[in-house]
Write a protein that binds this ligand. Structure first.
Ligand SMILES: Nc1ncnc2c1ncn2[C@@H]1O[C@H](COP(=O)(O)OP(=O)(O)OP(=O)(O)O)[C@@H](O)[C@H]1O
Ligand SMILES: [Mg+2]
Length: 330
C-alpha cells in the first residue's frame, strides 16, 4: 500500500532522510521508530505530499507522491505532530469544514461527521470550542479530521506524544480499532509504543534505515538484553573488582558483566541476562552470600540507543548508559 524506494530528502545542508526504502502492506500497522531528528516527520511529510523528495520515490496505493499528489491525498489521512486545529471553531463545525475541504458532498457530510465523532469518542465535546479542549481531546479531534474522508492509509506523527497515561491507552485503543479498515503508519521515538500498537517496525536513525522487522522478531531479539545495574560495596577493606566480576559471572542466567565505575570502594556493574531469564534475586543472593554489601540493584530499561547498538551490531561502550530517551516536549 505504501512503497518507499531510495527516498532522500535534503534541507539546504542537512540530509534529513538518506536513501531509505521500505514497504507497508495493506491493513498493517507499522511503527516508524527513531530518536529525535531521525527523519520520521520528514518522511511522513513526503508521504503526505507536503514536501517533495530530493531523490527516490514514494507511492501510496500505486500513486506517486510527485506525479499524482491529488490521488495520494484522497487516500491518505494525516495527523501531523501539531494537529491543524482552529481554536475558534466548534468540534462539529470544524470536522464539517475539513470534510467539505476534502471533497465530501453536502449530502454525506452530516453522516460522516457523526461517524467519526462516534469513532473518535468526541461526541461529548462536539459543541465545544476546540481552543477549550484538553490535549487528549484535541488529539482525538486531530484523528477524527484525519479519517473524515475514510482514507485507506493513515499517517500519524507521534499520536500519543504529550498525552497522560490514560489518554495514551485510549488513543492506542482507538488506533487499534481503526486498523482493520486502514493501513497505518505511526511514528514514535519510544519502543513500548511500537510494542503496543504495531505489527511491523521500521527503524531509522540520523536519516538512515537501521532495520525493518516484525515486532515479534524485534522483541525476541531484545529480550536477551535485559540489563540490571548493580552496586556492590565492601563491608571490610577494599574489594577486588575482578573477583566481584567473576562471582557475578557465575550467577545462573547471566550472559555478561560489564564493569561500570569504581568509586570510594563501591563497584558498579551492568549485568545482562540470557534470553528470558530473571537474574535479580540470584544476583542479590550471590552478593550477600559473598559477604559484600548490595548498595543498589535495579533493572535498566532498554533505551532506544541500546536497541540501535544491538541492531547495528555495535559494541556498547563502557560509559554508564542507564538513560532513557527523554520524553518529547508536547
Ligand atoms: N524545515 C526544515 N529545515 C531544515 N532542516 C530541517 C527541517 N525540518 C527538519 N529538519 C532537520 O531534518 C532532520 C530530521 O528532522 P525530522 O523532523 O524529520 O525528525 P523526526 O524524526 O521527526 O524527529 P522528532 O522525533 O524530533 O520529531 C533533523 O536534523 C532536522 O533538524
Ligand atoms: Mg518528528
Amino acid at each position: 500500500m505504501i512503497k518507499v524506494q531510495g527516498l532522500t530528502k535534503r534541507y539546504a545542508r542537512t540530509v534529513a532522510v538518506d536513501n531509505i526504502s521500505f514497504e507497508v502492506e495493506k491493513g498493517q500497522i507499522v511503527g516508524f521508530l527513531g530518536p529525535n531528528g531521525a527523519g520520521k516527520t520528514t518522511t511522513m511529510r513526503v508521504l503526505t505530499c507536503f514536501l517533495p523528495p530530493t531523490a527516490g520515490t514514494a507511492t501510496v496505493a500505486g500513486f506517486d507522491v510527485l506525479e499524482n499528489p491529488h490521488e495520494v491525498k484522497k487516500r491518505i489521512g494525516y495527523l501531523p505532530e501539531t494537529p491543524p486545529l482552529y481554536p475558534e471553531m466548534e468540534v462539529s463545525e470544524y470536522l464539517t469544514f475539513v470534510g467539505r475541504l476534502k471533497g465530501i458532498s453536502s449530502a454525506d457530510i452530516g453522516r460522516r461527521v457523526a461517524e467519526v465523532t462516534e469513532r473518535c469518542a468526541v461526541g461529548d465535546v462536539r459543541m465545544k470550542l476546540i481552543g477549550k479542549l484538553s490535549k487528549g481531546y484535541r488529539q482525538r479531534v486531530g484523528l477524527a479530521q484525519a479519517i473524515i474522508h475514510n482514507p485507506d492509509v493513515l499517517v500519524l506523527d507521534e499520536p500519543t506524544a504529550g498525552l497522560d497515561p490514560k489518554q495514551i491507552i485510549e488513543t492506542r485503543e482507538l488506533i487499534k480499532h481503526l486498523a482493520g479498515d486502514h493501513t497505518i503508519i505511526l511514528s514514535t521515538h519510544i519502543l513500548p509504543e511500537v510494542e503496543h500498537s504495531c505489527q511491523r517496525v521500521v527503524i531509522i536513525n540520523k536519516g538512515k534505515l537501521v532495520a525493518t522487522d516484525s515486532v515479534e522478531n524485534l522483541t525476541n531479539r531484545l529480550r536477551g538484553a535485559e540489563a540490571v545495574a548493580l552496586e556492590v560495596a565492601s563491608s571490610n577493606g577494599p574489594l577486588d573488582p575482578s573477583i566481584v566480576q567473576q562471582r557475578l559471572e557465575q550467577v545462573t542466567g547471566v550472559s555478561r558483566v560489564l564493569p561500570r565505575e569504581v568509586k570510594e570502594g563501591r563497584l558498579a556493574f551492568e549485568v545482562e541476562s540470557l534470553q528470558g531469564r530473571h537474574i535479580r534475586a540470584d544476583l542479590a543472593r550471590a552478593v550477600v552470600n559473598a559477604g559484600w554489601n548490595l548498595n543498589e540493584l535495579r533493572t535498566v530499561g532498554l533505551s532506544l540507543e541500546d536497541i540501535f547498538l544491538q541492531l547495528t551490531g555495535a559494541e556498547k561502550t563502557a560509559a554508564p548508559s542507564t538513560q532513557h530517551p527523554e520524553p518529547k516536549e508536547a
